[in-house]
Design a binder for this molecule. Structure first.
Ligand code: GDP
Ligand code: MN
Length: 391
């Protein structure tokens, strides 16, 4: 689960990480008033669950309260399109108004879980403000790392090493190391999947200040953080992903593909995507209906796939176990009765009640191509895509 910058700032403050003064506003008038309280020279920042706001017009530096109001009016109530959002963008319902900081230097500080090492890793760079992905690609030596420990956390000496490696002035090493330690503690205690401050600013008067705050939490750990539960914002999420989550399905929209996939089990789903992708039938989504899905969930899964305009053909790859093939096929048949878009379908069904499942699929009236293995599925998919694209 992601949260907005204005919410993440509060958590940072709870952990003693300095941030510029500011307030969140949902109307231009509120933004103007906050601008007035802060003395006029402020930054107005669109609150969306996506980065890249600076270049997209989602961050405006202004000199007067009236300008703050106008900047807010331009952002509020319309979608912001950044390189991290889709082409339709995400809706801006709030702006953050913060005092303008005199920035001497912009740094990057981020924490993620290193899946190989199984511990959080702190990354920092003297090249803040810009895309950290770009730094990682072009000048990876400019990113310094400090690894945490599952029990001991981030040792003070590692935090100091990290700060030294950024080549800050001697007075800045201690506050920067301290800030990194606090962010690390937040990351662990709140079960974050990402904690990122970009830019972390060195101010003209020599302070270290978090000018941005991106936090994301492990969904599976939210049950032990009632204080976080209400911070989510469904308006920022992909419509299909939201629908899928409501039906307890695991769905991720993928850009560029044309095959809607329905698979049970994450491992099978990933293998399916790899194999069909390599064969030129790139997936438009990742949809894992899971082990214990029922007929209604399958029907909803099928509807979600069909409503995605990018999808030109559907691939059903199910291994009947706890989820029996006939149950899955009944769910698909129920959704096929909606009389929505009729897309060609390739089905690979094995395991429990596969024969009955196949029979039910053939009775749906859909253009169904039954296959017995993945090798044949790729050929059938290419064929189905041609047919689907022609419709
Ligand atoms: P993001 O790319 O969407 O994460 O947007 P950021 O909040 O990181 O802002 C992008 C750029 O806007 C930063 O690199 C800064 O140069 C500038 N910026 C953001 N917040 C402030 C601020 O509070 N004061 C000043 N002076 N500049 C800011
Ligand atoms: Mn940022």
């Amino acid at each position: 689960m992601k949260i907005h910058e204005y919410q993440a700032r509060r958590l940072l403050e709870e952990y003693g990480i300095p941030t510029p003064r500011g307030e969140v506003a949902s109307t231009p008038e509120e933004a103007r008033r906050i601008g007035e309280e802060l003395g006029g020279a402020v930054v107005v920042k669109a609150q969306v669950h996506a980065g890249g706001r600076g270049k997209a017009g989602g961050i405006k530096l202004v000199d007067t309260p009236d300008e703050a109001g106008r900047a807010a009016a331009e952002m509020l109530g319309r979608p912001l399109v950044t390189h991290q959002t889709g082409a339709t963008g995400v809706m801006v319902s709030r702006v953050l108004v913060v005092e303008r900081t005199d920035i001497a230097r912009e740094l990057y500080l981020g924490i993620v879980v290193d899946a190989d090492a199984g511990v959080p890793v702190v990354m920092a760079s003297g090249e803040g403000g810009v895309e950290i992905e770009q730094v990682a690609e072009e000048t990876p030596e400019k990113i310094v790392r400090a690894t945490g420990h599952p029990v001991l956390g981030l040792s003070p000496y590692r935090a100091r090493d990290l700060a030294y490696a950024l080549r800050l002035g001697p007075d800045l090493v201690r506050p920067t190391a301290d800030l990194a330690s606090r962010l690390y503690r937040l990351f662990v205690e709140k079960d974050c999947s990402l904690a990122e401050i970009n830019p972390l600013a060195i101010t003209g008067d020599g302070r270290v200040l978090a000018l941005d705050a991106k936090l994301a939490f492990e969904d599976d750990a939210l049950f032990r953080h009632p204080e976080l539960r209400d911070l989510g914002d469904p308006t920022q999420e992909d419509e299909f992903e939201l629908r899928a989550r409501k039906a307890s399905l695991s769905f991720v929209k993928l850009e560029g593909g044309r095959v809607g996939c329905m698979v049970n089990g994450a491992g099978l789903a990933m293998a399916t995507m790899d194999i069909t992708g390599t064969a030129g039938a790139a997936p438009a989504n990742f949809l894992d209906v899971g082990g214990g899905a029922d007929e209604n969930q399958i029907a909803e899964a099928f509807r979600i796939i069909v409503s995605d305009p990018d999808v030109k053909a559907i691939f059903i790859n199910l291994f009947g176990g706890i989820l029996r093939c006939d149950v899955a096929a009944r769910g698909i048949a129920a959704a096929a009765g909606d009389k929505g878009r009729q897309l060609p379908l390739v089905a690979l069904m094995r395991g429990t009640n596969a024969d009955e499942g196949r029979r039910i699929l053939l009775g749906t009236g859909l253009d169904v191509r039954l296959v017995d293995d993945l090798a044949h599925a790729t050929g059938a998919l290419a064929d189905a895509l041609e047919q689907g694209a022609a419709q």
